[in-house]
Design a protein around this ligand. Structure first.
Ligand code: 6PG
Length: 230
């Protein structure tokens, strides 16, 4: 499985690469299909990418926005991944409400995972999956020592309990489901990620490495995340 490491030359270059990747994936999808199915990453890294997208002009009616994971908190809780995406981007553009598919994690992990898995039945392959990388190599809410859902028979969405990154209860798309994608882009910045990146580069068994779409993955990272090496 191919990993294409896109080492950026500073913040501006990192953003330009990430934005170009999203736009290219959208253009490819909409050149042959009616809709662009994108899965959003949570955490903090994607926020500035989402803010940049909010400033662009797209036919948002052709976007279908999904989430790779969600924290089991009230729907309007500021720590929700959907809250960050709405505030940074989705509330600021004309995305039809029906095209926004938050994970109903406020219902609890088991109920939400089953409900979200059902809603994903209608999407065979995502056009683009955005993912973050945790310092321990986690991605979405797939954590070391937990079930990553790598088998072809894995459910599309997993209930996660006692996650090491708070809150403990979460919902995550499985590694198998996240891999059913035409393009996967990992968004990685900061020295805190260098150990996870080094581990990944040496074929370490981390959750991020379990995301294995047919055409490989792309990782846009900055020098600090790459151990300072340019
Ligand atoms: C979450 C995210 C998680 C995140 C990584 C990186 O719910 O926290 O889904 O997987 O992407 O932990 O987080 P940062 O981008 O904040 O470093």
């Amino acid at each position: 499985m191919q990993i294409r490491w896109q080492l950026s030359d500073g913040d501006t270059d990192w953003m330009a690469r990430a934005l170009a990747f999203v736009n290219d994936a959208e253009a490819e999808a909409l050149s042959v299909r009616a809709e662009f199915h994108i899965v959003l990453a949570g955490g903090g890294t994607p926020k500035r990418l989402y803010e940049a997208l909010a400033a662009e002009s797209h036919d948002w009616s052709r976007w279908q926005v999904w989430y790779g994971d969600e924290r089991c908190l009230p729907a309007d809780h500021p720590d929700r991944n959907s809250h960050m995406a709405l505030e940074a981007w989705l509330k600021r553009v004309a995305l039809p409400a029906a095209n926004h598919h938050p994970i109903p994690a406020e219902l609890g992990a088991d109920v939400a995972a089953k409900a979200y898995a059902r809603s994903l039945d209608k999407v065979a392959r995502f056009d683009l999956v955005l993912l973050g990388l945790g310092e321990d190599g986690h991605t979405a809410s797939l954590f070391p020592g937990h079930d990553w859902g790598t088998g072809l028979d894995a459910p599309a969405a997993l209930a996660v309990f006692d996650a090491p990154k708070p809150p403990p209860e979460r919902v995550s798309l499985s590694a198998c489901r996240l891999s059913a994608a035409r393009h996967v882009l990992f968004l990685v910045t900061g020295a805190g990620k260098q150990e996870a990146v080094a581990n990944w580069r040496t074929m370490g068994s981390i959750p991020a490495a379990a995301i294995m779409p047919e055409d490989g993955v792309d990782v846009v990272l900055d020098k600090p995340a790459n151990g300072g090496r340019g």
